[in-house]
Each structure stands twice: as C-alpha cells, then as structure tokens.
Design a protein around this ligand. Structure first.
Ligand code: GDP
Length: 321
C-alpha cells in the first residue's frame, strides 16, 4: 500500500476499526477514509453504492459489524444476522464493482464448530455444528468469508479474510447487557471497588476457557496481512494462549484492587466450553502478538479510568461502527 493510497476503514468508531486507524496513522498513511454510522448506514444498498461511486477507495478494512457478548447475541438474533449480512454484502459487492485493489474482511473465532478440536485450525470451518448462542452471527460471518472467496475465485478480486480471537482494548463496549466478558468484568470490578460492594457476580460457571488479544496487536496483524497475504484461505489471529473465566476474574480483581468475593451466576450461559486459535499459519508468515494479557488489561484499565466519566455505554441496538 502506497502511503498516499485511499484506505477506507469501515467501522472506524468501533474497537477494531479505531485501532486500525491508529495503526495506519502510526505507519504514515495519510489518506484514511472514515464514515460514522450516522453519515453512512452500511446496511443501505443504495447508500453504500453511492459512497463507492463518489469516493472510490483503493483499500478496505471491513471492520464494521453488529457485535456483542453472549447475552446480546442470544437475545437479538435477527439483528445479528441481518445487519452483518447487509454490511458485508454491500461492501464486498461494491468493492468488486468499483475495482478496489484489496479488501480485508474481519470474521470471528465463533465461526468454528462448537465441539471442534482445540486449538482451532483454519481448516475446521464448516466441519460441525455451531454454538447456538451465537449461530446467527457466526452464519453471517461465514457468509462474509464465502463472499470474499467467491469474488476471488470468479473474478480474481484480492479479498482476504482474517479470524480474530476475543478482543479487548481502547473503545471497547462496556455496556453490561451487550458487552463481552473482559470489558464487563473490568467495569463490574471497578464499580464494586468504588462502591465497596462485598461481591461481584460473574456469569456462568467460570470454567469456560477463552483466548484474549489486545486490539492494538490485532490492528498490527491486519496491517501486516494487508501487506503480505494474498490468499483465499482464512487466517487466524490470536495469541495461542487461553485462560478460564475464573482466572480472568481473579486477574481483574487484582488489577482493580477489589478484595471482596467473586460469585458465579449459573443461570447465565457458559457458551462454548473452550475456544482458542491455532496461530501457526500466522506465525509462519512471521507475525506474533506483542502484548501479554495482564499488560494489555492494565493499559485498557488506565484508558477506562481516564474515560469512564465520558463513556456512554452503548445500547443494545447500536451498531459498533
Ligand atoms: P463468548 O466468547 O462468545 O461466549 O462471549 P462472552 O465474552 O460474552 O462470554 C465469554 C464467557 O464469559 C461466557 O462463558 C460468559 O458466561 C462468561 N461471563 C462471565 N461474566 C460475564 C459478563 O459479565 N459478561 C459477559 N458477556 N460474559 C460473562
């Protein structure tokens, strides 16, 4: 990518998109195109076509998506499948029509079967049943992968797909109804510490295992793959290291200096029992995550402390774009 190339980051207000914009700016890219969801509704076919016709981006990072944690996915399945299908279809089709040089599509580790062998290898895609709590979201993300692969196969478009593991960092969603576990626990432990509450409630059994990647590392990997990867096959992005939710809760209690009790609410779902990625494809290409989990959480917590007064905790119907 030329430093003056016109690069559209779709979803630049969200956790992933904003990190990609920060990374691109750090690398010296000068012509970054951003649109808020108010300026451009990516679910609108006519709106997206007009945007491409006027702007003619050369490169695209497709980081816009309707995203959320286990409860949001479970309670808003229609929005999770419809919004994501519309966003991907509109952008990928127009990227083909307006001859975009390269597009990077962000999927998710939940595209893999619920009971797949661990760590999750790229080739396990579509080899078994999905986790029911996020099946509509996963189906939409799988459709995005297939769109990229189909346009490449039929027309030779250079569209690539990457599958990040669970992410966290600056600009995360801290709404307790819709967020993922890591920002939810950060907020819960922080507020319990401030209020002197005797306990913090963690959903489920605490036994599920998850892998967490600092979003600045993800952005670095996306820029790396945009430069060096030109294949149809999906690529996992993670750390290769997982921990239990109970271990994560203990680490969060320590970082926020909460000394009370941790209580488990077993009426809430556990979701997939284990989920961590095989990252050997990415490491063979020469990329490794730089930020250990504790250091990433501490940096995120510092940001949260500076910004918590200004954070408007997103509503469940918001798009993370
Ligand atoms: P998942 O990775 O798609 O299952 O999504 P989440 O990040 O929402 O949840 C991961 C695990 O953390 C699940 O087992 C949740 O039950 C558990 N968990 C524990 N406490 C919380 C919480 O406060 N919020 C969320 N979202 N998950 C929690």
């Amino acid at each position: 990518m030329d430093l003056n190339a016109k690069i559209y980051v779709a979803g630049s207000r969200g956790l992933v998109g904003s990190a990609i914009v920060r990374r691109l700016k750090k690398l010296g890219y000068k012509n970054i195109l951003e649109k808020t969801s108010k300026e451009l509704d990516l679910r609108s076919q006519a709106g997206v076509e007009l945007f491409f016709c006027n702007e003619r981006p050369e490169y695209i990072f497709l980081a816009s998506a309707k995203v959320g944690g286990i409860l949001a996915n479970n309670s808003l399945p229609a929005e999770f499948i419809y919004d994501n299908l519309m966003i991907e279809t509109n952008i990928i089709h127009n990227a083909h029509k307006y001859k975009v040089s390269k597009l990077l599509f962000l999927g998710s580790s939940c595209i893999y079967p619920k009971y797949a062998l661990q760590p999750l290898k790229e080739e396990y895609l579509l080899t078994g049943e999905l986790e029911p709590t996020n099946e509509p979201y996963a189906i939409a993300k799988i459709a995005g992968i297939k769109l990229c692969q189909s346009y490449r196969r039929q027309y030779g478009d250079n569209f690539i797909s990457v599958m990040p593991t669970n992410l966290y960092g600056i600009n995360d969603n801290f709404n307790l109804d819709t967020s993922h576990v890591l920002p939810a626990l950060m907020r819960k432990f922080h507020e319990a510490k401030l209020s002197g509450a005797p306990s913090v409630t963690v959903w489920g059994s605490g036994k599920p295992r998850r892998e967490f990647l600092y979003v600045e590392d993800l952005a670095d990997a996306c820029c790396f793959l945009m430069q060096y990867y030109n294949d149809s096959e999906i690529v996992n992005i993670g750390t290769g290291i997982d921990i239990t939710i109970a271990e994560l809760a203990a680490m969060m209690a320590d970082i926020t200096c909460f000394t009370g009790e941790i209580v488990y609410d077993r009426t809430k779902p556990d979701g997939t029992p284990v989920k961590y990625l095989d990252i050997s494809k990415l490491t063979k290409l020469g990329w490794y995550a730089q930020t250990p989990l504790r250091a990433g959480i501490e940096k995120t917590y510092q940001w949260f402390l500076r910004n918590s007064a200004n954070l408007t905790f997103q509503q469940s119907h918001d798009l993370n774009i």
